[in-house]
Ligand binder design. Structure first.
Ligand SMILES: [Zn+2]
Length: 263
């Protein structure tokens, strides 16, 4: 009896430990490399936000990227996840919450990378309507974020167009913390400031509609999309946002508790 116990249970236990190790191996390999020169080199080369940080802040940024990758799985769907992808996903997650030192993305478990754009049925091949670059999952997809790998990389490669899909999606996720993606994240926008915030969004949307704004026209879709596209612009090109939209710039500094412009 005792022999049988050993024959069955010991291999089962070994397999279980192996399974646990293997399960986290994908990210942890990348995690170990985050703190390597290779990971830092990617941040230095690809992430303009990181380039502008002080030496001390850079160390904190790297640690928080590491912590993020330790908690959240990044998985490729029909695509290889490179160290650069891990770094860009983590950077996109940390940038909007860098001033919130203890921030945890409680409403996220997995970021899935698709090769390119996909449609609402999560199909990314052979469809005419593959226009979505990223999304935060709802319902059965709760806790999942989907990003187009191509859009993730393009968002950081072009630092002048004010567009960054991954930051856009993480801002939606922050917005969702209070249960609703409505452009009014409760914990970000102080209650005394709510009316001024909503009024400013209204005015900026009218400017886009009148063709008098350089903010992505997708922002007129609704308040949540406006908040996300304005945030992309804020984090990617703070100096230009400050000069073209000073009030919106000031408001976003208050919301994200960061002043990024050197201008
Ligand atoms: Zn959006």
């Amino acid at each position: 009896m005792e022999k049988l116990f050993i024959i069955i249970l010991v291999p089962a236990a070994i397999y279980f430990v192996y399974f646990l190790l293997n399960k986290t191996e994908k990210n942890s390999k990348a995690i170990r490399r985050v703190l390597s020169q290779e990971g830092k080199g990617i941040l230095e080369k690809e992430v303009s936000y990181y380039q502008r940080l002080s030496a001390t802040d850079k160390i904190e940024f790297e640690e928080r990227c590491l912590h993020f990758l330790d908690k959240i799985a990044v998985e490729g769907v029909g695509v290889e996840v490179s160290l650069k992808d891990y770094m860009l996903v983590a950077a996109s997650a940390i940038i909007p919450v860098f001033a919130f030192k203890k921030w945890e993305y409680a409403n996220l478990t997995t970021v899935m990378l698709y090769p390119n754009t996909f449609n609402p049925d999560y199909q990314f091949e052979g469809n005419q309507d593959r226009t979505i670059l990223g999304m935060v999952g709802e319902g059965a997809m709760n806790g999942q974020m989907i990003l187009s790998k191509a859009a993730l990389e393009a968002g950081f490669a072009n630092t002048k167009d004010g567009q960054n899909t991954a930051i856009h999606e993480f801002v939606h996720l922050l917005d969702k913390t209070d249960g609703e993606v409505d452009g009014l994240p409760d914990f970000l926008v102080d209650h005394t400031y709510t009316l001024a915030w909503l009024e400013m969004i209204r005015k900026e949307i009218i400017k886009i509609q009148d063709g008098k704004s350089d903010i992505d026209p997708y922002g007129i879709t609704n308040r949540a999309e406006f908040f996300a596209v304005a945030s992309e612009y804020f984090f990617e090109n703070p100096d230009r946002l400050k000069s073209h939209h000073p009030d919106l710039y000031k408001a976003l500094c208050i919301v994200f508790k960061q002043d990024l412009s050197f201008a």
